[in-house]
Design a protein. Structure first.
Length: 251
């Protein structure tokens, strides 16, 4: 079955792993990112016939133009994976308005705009799958992380809202909520060994996750195997959201 897949944030982390996973499943992949791929990745993608597009998800006109051109070139878009995102630190009384707006513009509004312009194409086809990358901190809050928490919580509600509006017209929209995944975006956490160890300890499997482990779930959600999965947020978090270990072991 044909699968033309559009992936944002594709040059690193979960986005890059998703390119690899969907390619392995036979998809035609359009990789979008604000940054250009490294020479190594560019060479790899050229050999795999990955189509790269420079795209800033903060710019609505750029999204509209790119999506319409891609839909014409590839005769439709079957899968949209919204991976583009940034982190942001600080509580409500500490975060600068400019940082707040930057995090929400990329993480939440950028995701919404990608959906806004891809949805008409999918609706015309009568089918399509959208997968949004949220976070465990969209399911529960983390201190000193207000903009990121709010942006990822908003993605989860956006996912539900798209399902409420368009499921009856053949659209599936789901999200994944990763725990600590070892990527470039989380590298600063590893610089503080005490914080890194503590964060890992909250994952009941006792380790951080890998980008490919998230990408595998995205691949499932993009596939016909998930044909009756809609409006859901799947935590890919090594048990983080299941609970905490704190009780002493019985003697």
């Amino acid at each position: 079955m044909r699968n033309v897949a559009l992936i944002t944030g594709a040059c690193s982390g979960i986005g890059f792993a998703t390119v690899t996973t969907l390619l392995a499943g036979g998809a035609t992949v359009i990789a979008c990112d604000i940054n250009s791929p490294s020479a190594t990745i560019a060479k790899q993608w050229e050999s795999e016939s990955v189509h790269f597009l420079h795209l800033n998800v903060e710019i609505e006109t750029a999204i509209r133009t790119a999506v319409n051109q891609l839909a014409d070139e590839f005769a439709g878009i079957d899968t949209l994976v919204n991976c583009a995102g940034i982190s942001g630190w600080g509580g409500v009384n500490e975060v600068d308005l400019s940082q707040w707006q930057k995090v929400l513009n990329i993480n939440l509004t950028g995701t919404m705009l990608m959906c806004k312009y891809v949805l008409p194409i999918m609706l015309a086809q009568g089918a399509g799958s959208i997968i949004n990358v949220a976070s465990i901190f969209g399911l529960e809050a983390c201190d000193n992380n207000v903009a990121y928490n709010v942006s990822k919580g908003g993605i989860i509600q956006l996912t539900r809202s798209i399902t409420a509006d368009y499921a009856s017209q053949g659209i599936r929209c789901n999200s994944v909520a990763p725990g600590l995944i070892e990527t470039a975006m989380t590298k600063d956490i590893a610089l503080d060994p005490q914080l890194h160890e503590k964060f890992i300890s909250w994952h009941l499997q006792g380790r951080a996750g890998r980008a490919d482990e998230v990408a595998n779930v995205i691949g499932f959600l993009a596939s016909s195997a998930a044909s009756f999965v809609n409006g859901q947020t799947i935590a890919v978090d090594g048990g983080f959201s299941a609970g905490r270990k704190f009780a002493p072991h019985p003697m």
